[in-house]
Ligand binder design. Structure first.
Ligand SMILES: O=P(O)(O)OC[C@H](O)CO
Length: 377
């Protein structure tokens, strides 16, 4: 097997579909979760459940449910994540905040921001990458589907639900942060690394990003000389915590390869994600161990008591209430619709009103869905 790196999740999905159209697809490809509908629509892949018998009962339900579309397991779960709160325990203490009780709601972050500003730490309150992924998560946390038609899982989504009380709460959070100058980011959209650097360089006290970064952030915080904490994803006020949508990526196998190649690719993917490898991968990165047997192994090793940062993240996943909202939204234009949502939040950060940003975002996402869906009439 020859590995080939194609860049970001967006880039590698687009490169794979192009390669498949040209009749030379890779035998195995990692595709991010929201690329699943586009991957299906491309017609370039075969469901892994059709290649050979795999015992999917060992996979965690929220994970296998995400990748089961139309009753078939299309791709093999690999790197699974969700967003969490990272916090600088030392700076919290300096601001008179209790690092044992990190904020769990938007209001909690905003009231901590007031204290942080008053403490004049030379660090801002909060920063994160502007990525549609978080908007998707905050809708799910409020028990709301992001998209109509059962989050695009019953039939193709034709409308987004952002012009709603739930959507407005998300945009209003950014408006309040901006009005008070409590938010720091690099100014670029989807700048995962840049926003991590702002946090690990101690320029902000709070940061939200993927559990995937636990390993890297823990190491960088150690070098930067502060103690990092991990808390549950803070959620909009006035809602019950419904849980997270599984993020990360899964492994897809194209159609245009021989049966022997497809079986070989699946065997390799199963090896990569076997009980032991999944447990090691989790320890190193922070991605979830997606197999029950890996979790049993980690428990036996005493891992969760040695690694409280990862336990918080893990509990967040296991407490997720299964529903159409937490199953996650599917749409084939997700690369574009995510970008539109990010631009909507960026407009609020640039001074636009919540009302105009939400309405414009809603209208632009709906137009993108309609344009995409017109290919399937
Ligand atoms: O950074 P990751 O791999 O946890 O992925 C985050 C999102 O799910 C990407 O869509």
């Amino acid at each position: 097997m020859v590995p080939s790196y194609k860049g970001s999740y967006n880039d590698s999905l687009q490169a794979t579909i192009l390669a498949a159209r040209q009749g030379r697809p890779p035998a195995l490809v990692q595709i991010f979760e929201v690329g699943s509908q586009l991957a299906l629509d491309s017609g370039a892949f075969q469901p892994v459940s059709g290649i050979k018998r795999v015992d999917f009962s060992d996979y965690l339900r929220p994970v296998i449910n995400y990748y089961t579309i139309g009753g078939r397991v299309n791709s093999l779960p690999f790197n699974s994540s969700s967003p969490v709160l990272y916090y600088n325990q030392d700076l919290m203490q300096k601001a008179g905040l209790n690092p044992k009780q990190p904020p769990t709601t938007f209001a909690g972050i905003l009231s901590a921001c007031k204290k942080i500003e008053a403490a004049k730490l030379g660090a801002n309150c909060f920063g994160m990458s502007l990525n549609g992924w978080f908007i998707e998560q905050w809708m799910a946390q409020q028990g709301a589907t992001l998209l109509n038609n059962g989050n695009g899982r019953e039939k193709r989504a034709t409308s987004v639900n952002l012009d709603s009380p739930q959507g407005r709460k998300i945009f209003t959070f950014f408006k309040t942060l901006q009005d008070n100058k409590w938010f720091s980011y690099t100014g670029k959209l989807e700048d995962w690394d840049g926003s991590d650097a702002i946090f690990t360089n101690q320029k902000v006290v709070f940061h939200i990003t993927s559990t995937a970064d636990i390993g890297n952030i823990r190491d960088a915080a150690g070098k930067s000389g502060f103690k990092v904490g991990v808390g549950v994803l803070p959620i909009p006020d006035g809602s019950k915590r419904s849980g997270v949508v599984i993020g990360g990526a899964s492994l897809w196998i194209p159609k245009a390869i021989s049966k022997a190649q497809a079986e070989g690719a699946l065997d390799f993917a199963l090896y990569m994600t076997n009980t032991r490898n999944m447990a090691d991968w989790h320890k190193l990165t922070g991605y979830y161990p997606v197999r029950q047997s890996s979790i049993a192994l980690l428990r036996q090793q005493g891992w969760f008591s040695q690694s409280p940062l990862q336990l918080v993240a893990f509990n967040q996943l296991t407490k997720t209430v299964p529903s159409p909202a937490t199953a996650g939204g599917l749409n084939g234009a997700a690369i574009e619709t995510r970008r539109i949502m990010e631009e909507g939040v960026q407009k609020v950060l640039g001074g636009a009103s919540v009302d105009s940003a939400v309405k414009e975002t809603q209208q632009r996402v709906n137009a993108a869905l309609s344009q995409y869906n017109s290919n399937f009439r």
